[in-house]
Write a protein that binds this ligand. Structure first.
Ligand code: CS2
Length: 475
């Protein structure tokens, strides 16, 4: 079993599987090698389940690394405490303001940043954002918690701190910094803005590891490897990557001993990952789900899905990515297909397809606009949007199947409203681009992209995803 960390210098917001199989593992290795006070206070947003289980397991759990040739279990042991933000928001603010804390890491998914996908600024239409702006005591949004914690730090001791976003949001650090700044300004906390500029760093980062949902199978594997009951084992693929800017206001663990890379220019890594991996992942999930497939490997095994994935990746995403010099792109792409085919991992299409309204905003608009401005309609990006709409807001009389129905998405009611009141599929798709609050309005101005997307929706509804993918392949 790992040694207990020497202190708690990290607060982590978002105690989900990804954090537990990624940052927690890098931090444990760094502490095993070099020691340090880098224990993690893990903050779950709402749910008690992982928190209770961790408390019952001495804060330990197994990471079950799964490859088609077998699995191995590791125990990171980097947590020193756990709590639920919704039950104790003041406690979260106090933890961020604690002078011993040097870093706040964040994995709250794209959805957790409460920004408008259309404008990229704070979503002031959201009632939780409005509430957090008006009442400084018990913030419930992540940006509100960080902003209030930072303000308390500034007004009490002023020790510097780093806020490290680890989500698949482009320029995640800079974006978080801008949202925190905007929050403090709107909340009238302008007295702390100078301190914020001087004493808080928001490094950009690219994070990567496929981490499916937990399950009994993994708990059993972990429990038998550890000879102790583990009810919250995290499954993960062997591949893992973390590239970040070395901008830490108050030091950091030596994450490089676990393979993390530090660079002054993370953007090419972010673009490569968010477009080639995540963008293509979305298309695989939506086409696969519409074809009745429950998992990403089962979907990728269908040649029409594999073909569409390759086309969107190579022909439409890749030309928009400045490939980092240190990356052999052919290897990287080959590895992606191997990772997506890891059938032992069983990553669900419903998991990757969830929250598409916020994920697609990171993945589609910039590459689509790059092609559209060159006079080219990117067929597979259009197909991605169409397949997404068929899954989340299916036209009447179209059943997208159980895997699409299992996808969670905050935009479901809004899109369903647009679908119900639309005069036709074309009218619906037009309104998604103009009133859907998913894509920047500029995309909707390219009428050929909008009408192509409507044609793909129509094709999926009438003839299924295979026919739509065949059409995209020949267009
Ligand atoms: C996936 C990601 O759910 C999704 O949208 O594309 O969670 C993906 O598995 C990770 O980003 C891999 O690092």
């Amino acid at each position: 079993m790992p040694d207990r960390p020497e202190g708690t210098a990290i607060v982590h917001l978002g105690l989900g599987n990804f954090h537990r199989a990624h940052q927690a593992v890098y931090t444990a290795r760094a502490m095993a090698e070099h020691g340090g006070p880098w224990g993690i206070l893990g903050v779950a947003n709402r749910s008690r389940s992982v928190v209770d289980a961790m408390l019952g397991q001495d804060l330990l759990y197994g990471v079950v690394e799964i490859s088609p040739t077998g699995s191995k279990v590791g125990v990171p042991g980097s947590h020193t405490g756990v709590m639920v933000a919704a039950e104790d928001p003041e406690g979260v603010v106090a933890a961020i303001a604690d002078p011993q804390v040097k870093i706040v890491t964040v994995t709250v998914t794209e959805h957790g940043y409460t920004f408008s996908p259309e404008t990229g600024t704070l979503d002031v239409q959201s009632t939780s954002v409005q509430r957090d702006l008006a009442d400084e005591r018990a913030p419930l949004t992540t940006i509100g918690q960080i902003a209030r914690g930072i303000a308390l730090r500034a007004r009490t001791h002023g020790a510097p701190i780093t806020i490290a976003s680890c989500d698949n949001v482009l320029s995640n650090g800079r974006r978080t910094g801008a949202l925190v700044h905007e929050f403090l300004e709107r909340a009238g906390a302008t007295d702390v803005l100078d301190w914020l500029a001087l004493s808080v760093q928001f490094p950009n980062s690219m994070v990567d590891r496929i981490v499916p949902a937990s399950g009994d199978l993994y708990n059993e594997a972990s429990s038998s490897a550890l000879s102790a009951t583990d009810s919250i084992a995290v499954p993960a693929e062997p591949f893992t990557m973390w590239v970040m800017e070395d901008l830490f206001a108050a030091g950091r663990p030596s994450w490089e001993v676990a393979g993390a890379r530090f660079t002054s220019d993370v953007e090419p890594f972010e673009l490569m990952k968010v477009r080639l991996l995540n963008g293509t992942h979305s298309l695989i999930a939506y086409l696969g789900a519409l074809d009745g497939k429950g998992t990403i490997p089962d979907s990728t095994a269908e040649s029409f899905v594999e073909g569409a994935a390759r086309a969107v990746l190579v022909d439409e995403y890749l030309p928009t990515v400045p490939v980092p010099e240190s990356v052999d792109i052919d290897d990287y792409i080959a590895q992606l297909f191997v990772r997506w085919s890891n059938s032992a991992l069983g990553h669900r299409t419903s998991q990757v397809g969830s929250d598409g309204s916020v994920k697609l905003a990171q993945r589609i608009p910039a590459p689509a606009l790059a092609h559209l401005r060159n006079g080219v309609v990117p067929q597979h990006l259009s197909l991605t949007v169409a397949a997404y709409l068929c899954c989340i807001a299916p036209p009447q009389n179209f059943d997208p199947g159980p895997h699409a129905r299992a996808m969670a998405d905050p935009a479901r009611p809004r899109l369903a409203g647009l679908a119900d009141s639309a005069a036709s599929i074309e009218d619906f798709v037009e309104r998604v681009f103009t009133d859907g609050d998913i894509f920047p309005s500029e995309i909707g101005e390219f009428v050929e992209f909008v009408s192509r997307t409507a044609e793909y929706v129509d094709m999926i509804v009438r003839h299924g995803p295979r026919a739509a993918a065949a059409e995209a392949a020949t267009s």
